[in-house]
Design a protein around this ligand. Structure first.
Ligand code: GDP
Ligand code: MG
Length: 440
């Protein structure tokens, strides 16, 4: 496995501290093989590995994990980030009917997914949904959707023999408008391979129906061809998202990464079976785990990182006990909060700690973190350790040096004061270390 291969690469590195470029490159050769085995397309692998390498070089290796494990975690996080850090839902916020158009190769799962999404919208989201099949290429394709409609209890546009896709789209739009449907789902024809006639038809339909969402449906088993499929479709119509089907099979899911890299669009749903309720929001962490096949290593490193945070929290608690919560500590806290909602999230659970949580939230909401950082950086080490030194003259100097205003500097000092006060309260309750242990 990747884990074994990496431990070979890294055994000699154990306990050495930071990851250097040569070692990271050696590890990335193994990661590269793992990604190719998971069917990520070659150009996407190259780009991804370069980015992950850049990120990994110079990072400290956590206590109690090996450098190889650390690299896996870095690669995993980069994967999750690239796959879209959070799930993204359909955007149907237009005057009805909102049109959702499904495109993709034949057999990718368009018709099934159309019915699945329709069912979901009608059930969970209580939308009035109509489906229409524009697939006149395959015999009985329209009937297939009608059958699924009856199963899902979702209306379908009555079939009129001999009508062409663009005309069906027009008729569907009109019917949906007249009958007050919230959403109109258009299922289109596919081809075995991308061809120009299909693309022209798709574009003509999109022109008539002006869809709010155009979803590219892709079989998770699509291998190296995924890049071509994604490129061809996204060159022709403005895709808004991707649906990955057949994730219930043993596909490693590399196509997800290829799709995401080429289209730049979020993967909005995952198909996980043939039945109409077998559709889920897309979970980047799960696919990342599948692509790398190293979920347990990732968990291990995460736990190690948490331990270190607790160590840091305890060190901070000790400083506080001596009344030494200075601006360097404030900066660390703000950075940690931004990384993980750390202290803010923690504090909001504790009665009496709302104030601290509020300060933390304000700093995040206003995206002032960069500015706060610039201000603290512009102070001398002595000023950071003793904020009470900050008189009017120093404030002007720091404001100028950081490209901010004296008002900003004052706000920062006030925030520090508020936090220092809140910290004192935490101390009385048994210290941050205890707190972190309770909730960690
Ligand atoms: P279309 O040609 O793109 O419209 O594809 P269909 O919707 O007709 O699906 C082709 C086949 O794939 C059907 O047998 C579906 O039941 C099956 N299928 C679609 N989505 C999934 C899925 O997520 N998992 C599994 N196992 N099968 C699926
Ligand atoms: Mg179909």
């Amino acid at each position: 496995s990747l884990s074994d291969r990496l431990s070979g690469v890294f055994d000699r590195l154990r306990g050495r501290g930071a990851l250097n470029e040569a070692d990271v490159r050696a590890a990335m050769r193994e990661v590269r093989i793992a990604l190719l085995e998971a069917d990520v397309s070659l150009p996407v692998v190259r780009e991804f590995v370069d980015k992950a390498t850049e990120r990994a070089v110079g990072q400290q290796v956590l206590k109690s994990v090996t450098p190889g494990q650390q690299v896996v975690k870095i690669v995993n996080d980069a994967l999750v980030e690239m796959l879209g850090a959070e799930a993204s839902d359909l955007d149907l916020d237009v005057s009805p009917p909102a049109v959702v158009m499904m495109v993709g190769l034949q057999g990718s799962g368009k018709t099934t997914t159309t019915a699945k999404i329709a069912k979901r919208l009608a059930g969970k989201d209580r939308k009035k949904v109509m489906m229409a099949s524009l697939d006149v290429a395959r015999p009985a394709a329209q009937e297939q959707l009608a059958v699924l409609g009856r199963q899902a209890d979702v209306a379908t546009l009555p079939i009129v023999a001999g009508q062409q896709p663009v005309d069906i789209a027009r008729r569907a739009l009109q019917a949906a408008k007249l009958q007050g449907f919230d959403v109109l789902m258009l299922d289109t024809a596919g081809r075995l391979h991308v061809d120009q006639a299909l693309m022209e038809e798709m574009k003509a339909v999109a022109d008539v129906a002006t869809p709010q969402e155009i979803l590219l449906v892709v079989d998770a088993l699509t291998g190296q061809d995924a890049v071509n499929v994604a490129k061809n479709f996204s060159d022709q119509v403005p895709l808004t998202g991707v649906v990955l089907t057949r994730l219930d099979g043993d596909a490693r899911g590399g196509a997800a990464l290829s799709m995401r890299a080429v289209t730049g669009k979020p993967i909005k749903f995952a198909g996980v079976g043939e039945a109409l309720d077998k559709i889920e929001a897309f979970h980047p962490e799960r696919i990342a785990g599948r692509i790398l096949g190293m979920g347990d290593v990732v968990g291990l490193v995460e736990r190690a990182a948490e331990t270190i945070q607790q160590d840091e929290a305890e060190a901070l608690a000790k400083k506080m006990a001596k009344g030494q919560f200075d601006l360097n500590d404030l900066r660390n806290q703000l950075q940690q909060m931004q990384r993980m909602g750390g202290l803010g999230a923690l504090a909001s659970m504790m009665p009496g700690m709302k104030k601290l949580a509020g300060v933390a939230e304000r700093a995040q909401d206003d995206k002032t973190l960069g500015r706060l950082d610039a201000i603290i950086t512009s102070m001398t080490p002595r000023e950071r350790a003793k904020p009470e030194l900050m008189n009017a003259k120093r404030k002007i100097r720091v404001a100028n040096g950081s490209g901010t205003t004296v008002q900003d500097v004052n706000r920062l000092l006030k925030m520090h004061q508020e936090m220092a006060n809140a910290m004192k309260k935490i101390r009385k309750m048994g210290g941050l270390g205890k707190l972190a242990a309770m909730f960690g």
